[in-house]
Design a protein. Sequence first.
Length: 200
Amino acid sequence: MFTHPYRWAMIVLITGPVRSGKSARAAHVAHELGQPVTYVATARIDSADAEMVDRVARHRAVRGDMPVVELWQPGVPDLPAVIVAAPAQTTLLVDSLGTWIAGHLLDLERVVGYDPLGALDTLERITAPLTGCLQAMQPNLVIVAEEAGWGIVPPSALARIFRDHLGRLVQHIALRADRVELVVAGYAIDLKRCGTPIGS
């Protein structure tokens, strides 16, 4: 019903603020598609951060026996390569776009201090293959993405680069997606059905 005319696979984007219910909604949608689901964990884990380690452990417990690809682990390719390599008649649940961008941005933290525009250019080059691979991908793709721009303009260059790049990337993926849902306070709104793309 939602499949793009030029590919067989389906893209669903689930976006919303923190603790809105995005991940739970994405898991429901992924399983609803009726194909075997593989969870793609995008967070870069700092073993010295006890809160992050506990958060990841709780996520793993919720996922149960679902197959998992953890980016940032030795030998695991980056997100676009994972998507391209996944077979047809499966679903990848990517959680989340924001933590993926943040992981790459951490590598550029020193550069941001003296060349923020150069850091942004580098980040854009690193993440550009994601939108490029969507047209030819074989699996269904359910992507969780944070809406990070609803507050004030952040005071640091690092936070501004993260917010701005995430916002632009979410827009690009939304245009290519078959379904886009905004989740707020545990309620999902289908934006493709009730919204109008900018410029149309």
